[in-house]
Design a protein around this ligand. Structure first.
Ligand code: GLC
Length: 719
């Protein structure tokens, strides 16, 4: 039955105000408390008393309906609960990790993946999705880079918008929707030393110009909720930070959605040394503007008392509760609080969803090396040795944050290759070692290699080596995999490396040792099939990196949009003590292993004839620049054409390059296309020394490029 209430803002306000008037103080606090099943409270009784407003990580659909019936049928006001879960890259059908998906540079694909994920999750009872994670990530030691779109503010902002529109654009037959939740606000990816939860300290310039844009993009896309981050930022924990939550989020950006803490991050103010006890933690967070306490140790026990003693005006709670009730109203929860148990199985692991997962896996893969066009494998490769510890992995292929995925539903690379290889081929397998153990079976590896025409080497990380609280100080291949690589390389046979990982790795020796290397990331439920499609040439890889691969940990942070410095390494430097001093290392190159935007294809693309059609533009004008791209190879393929600019001289120092646009095009063999970019001069704005946004007259360089290192350069000026 269609909902009786028109979902208009006016109806919502009327409905929620009338409900608020009837609520007791304890019931208002209840809406501001979220708990999971580990909370040591009598959940059912608290639901009856209306003292829990939302649940977290309850995944059993039958249990969800049971708790919802208690909240709706057995409490005084019958307010339904929200059910929050982390659908980061799929619910039961797992898609590639977000860092992989970002490598597709395909916002339409991201939006489609988001909708497909939510269709499954909503059917199984999730009405609040704690995603997208849009934290700028420039430190691959940080395990949560896996959940991000990488290092660039512009690209991350495009991805943030696509995720939100996908997640919140879906509604089921009853009009039920899922709220998205942009996280982790703010600058969580700036954790010192890449160590999760570590302190973050940066200039307001860097915060505003580099780390905040993706959150802002999500707010502009209409995201309904936002999650504060665990970290302190410039001395103030984000979960009790009026500058972030009031000044920027509410006043500057006009965000009117719900703000939730991260998991007990209010209680963690005590560990930060920012609150003496839970009562003070509750006070500081509620006054800073946090609406909901995830894992309610502070609000549940102390918020009512703080109101009764006059420390917190009840009006603050009324504002929070109005936002929370309004959210439930917008999602259709009051009319349709329950999931339809009979509809679940028909929503999960559907063929269309799985073929989307396969497409997403292939579009996310990045061809890092392909000497002598070893790939795609041809019919001449009759005997294939599949070597390496990832060859028979299932859970690893799903990556972090894939709790509802089932390893049993994930095909191994060995199984997929066996199924895909043409008749007459022979597959010889030898894992050789475990992912991170101390074992190494060189005899078996050598035997397999000696029999083979070509070796497929499946190496990398398991799913638990990235994600939350899973940072790594060493970005090498775990365990004894590098010895395996050396043994395989010593065989003299052609080797195709397949790298499964959740982050950029510092693997220069691997890159040197193999003629072909395909970055498969943690590609989800259909990763293995996707790898076979690319290996056998059914899909031509087109992914490009959105996070720089370092040569070594010593280079970190290493990212393309760096500053030039007064002694850039490409200059002659400044002569002091009879030698040239430049910003460089004695024992490492400046260049990364692979730069932002980098990725190869089975075909080749020629960039020519850059035309700056507007060599002089005003602050209100439009830059128009174009170049010809030609597919000079023999295969149809997609190419991600990138637009970079450089502000040559500014009132503050400016990055050597900034991504300002991209277009993903498909060209047949021999096809040429003039790719045109039109960029409003407003895109060139930056913050001056007083942090005022300006568009400064001056000289600029512009590139149309295949990545952040190469490409065609032109000039223009703003007058
Ligand atoms: C976790 C994560 C956050 C997640 C939340 C609920 O600690 O930091 O990303 O959404 O708790 O699971």
């Amino acid at each position: 039955m269609k909902p009786t209430i028109v979902n208009s803002a006016q109806k919502k306000t009327e409905f929620c105000s009338a409900l608020l008037q009837r609520m007791t103080l304890d019931e208002k606090v209840g809406q501001m408390v979220q708990s999971d099943l580990t909370w040591k409270q009598d959940l059912q009784q608290l639901l009856r008393e209306g003292r829990i407003g939302s649940l977290l990580s309850v995944r059993d659909p039958l249990l969800i309906n049971k708790y919802q019936h208690i909240a709706v049928d057995e409490s005084r006001l019958g307010i339904p609960v929200l059910v929050g879960n982390d659908i980061i890259h799929g619910y039961r059908s797992i898609f590639p990790i977000p860092l992989a998906l970002a490598s597709s540079w395909d916002t339409q694909l991201i939006e489609t993946v988001a909708r497909a994920s939510i269709a499954e999750a909503l059917a199984a009872g999730t009405t609040w999705n704690f995603a997208p994670m849009v934290d700028i990530s420039r430190d691959p030691r940080w395990g949560r880079i896996a959940e991000s779109a990488g290092e660039d503010p512009y690209l991350n902002s495009q991805m943030a918008r696509a995720w939100v529109e996908g997640y919140e654009g879906f509604s089921d037959a009853d009009g039920r929707r899922v709220a998205a939740c942009v996280k982790h606000y703010a600058a969580y990816g700036g954790a010192e030393a890449g160590k999760d939860y570590n302190t973050v300290d940066m200039s307001e310039r860097r915060l505003r110009e580099e780390y905040l844009p993706p959150y802002h993009a999500a707010v502009q896309a209409g995201v309904k909720t936002l999650m504060t981050s665990f970290n302190d930022l410039n001395g103030l924990p984000a979960t009790a930070n009026p500058f972030l939550l009031k000044q920027i989020l509410r006043q500057e950006w006009g965000f009117d959605g719900v703000i939730i803490s991260d998991y007990d991050s209010i209680g963690e103010l005590i560990q930060h040394g920012f609150a003496r006890d839970h009562k003070e933690a509750a006070l500081r967070s509620v006054l800073a503007g946090v609406d909901i306490d995830m894992m309610g140790n502070a609000y549940h026990f102390h918020l009512a008392e703080l109101v009764r003693e006059g420390s917190v005006p009840e009006s603050i709670l009324d504002e929070s509760v109005m936002r929370i009730l309004g959210l439930k109203f917008e999602l259709g929860l009051f009319e349709h609080p329950y999931l339809k148990e009979e509809a679940i199985s028909g929503a999960l692991m559907q063929p269309a969803t799985l073929s989307l997962a396969e497409k997403a896996a292939t579009e996310s893969m990045v061809l890092l090396k392909n000497e002598a066009q070893l790939l795609p494998l041809t019919a001449s490769a009759k005997k294939i040795a599949l070597i390496g510890p990832l060859a028979e992995e299932r859970a690893s292929l799903m990556g972090c944050w894939s709790f509802n995925g089932r390893p049993a539903e994930v095909e191994t690379l060995q199984e997929a290759l066996q199924r895909n290889l043409p008749t007459g081929s022979q597959l010889i397998t030898a894992p050789g070692c475990t992912i991170d153990g101390n074992d190494l079976d060189l005899a078996a590896v050598t035997s397999a290699a000696n029999q083979a025409d070509v070796i497929v080497l499946a190496i990398g990380e398991r799913e638990t080596m990235s994600g939350e609280a899973h940072s790594r100080a060493h970005l090498n291949l775990p365990g004894r995999q590098l010895e395996l690589v050396r043994a395989v390389a010593a065989s003299g046979k052609p080797v195709v490396g397949i790298l499964f990982c959740g982050r950029p790795l510092a693997v220069p020796e691997l890159v040197e040792s193999v003629p072909a290397l395909l970055l498969a990331w943690h590609g989800g439920t259909r990763a293995a099939q996707g790898v076979c499609e690319v290996l056998l040439g059914k899909v031509n890889p087109a992914g490009k990196l959105t996070a720089t691969f370092p040569r070594s940990e010593g280079q970190i942070p290493v990212y393309y949009a760096h500053k030039r410095t007064g002694r850039p390494v490409e200059s002659v430097g400044t002569i002091q003590f009879n030698e040239a001093h430049r910003s460089a290392y004695l024992d490492e190159k400046n260049e990364p292993l692979f730069p932002f935007g980098y990725g190869l294809s089975y075909t080749q693309f020629a960039y020519s004839d850059l035309q700056v059609e507007t060599p002089r533009i005003t602050a209100g004008g439009m830059l128009k620049v174009s170049a010809q791209i030609e597919n000079t190879g023999s295969l149809t393929s997609r190419e991600i054409v990138q637009l970079y600019i450089r502000d040559c001289v500014g009132v503050v120092t400016r990055p050597v390059k900034e991504l300002k646009g991209f277009q993903k095009i498909e060209l047949k063999p021999g096809e040429k296309r003039r790719v045109v970019f039109e960029l409003p001069a407003s895109s060139l704005a930056f913050l001056d020394a007083e942090l005022h946004s300006i568009i400064e007259p001056g000289e600029f360089e512009v590139w149309i490029a295949p990545n952040s290192r190469d490409g065609l350069k032109g000039e223009f000026s703003v007058i």
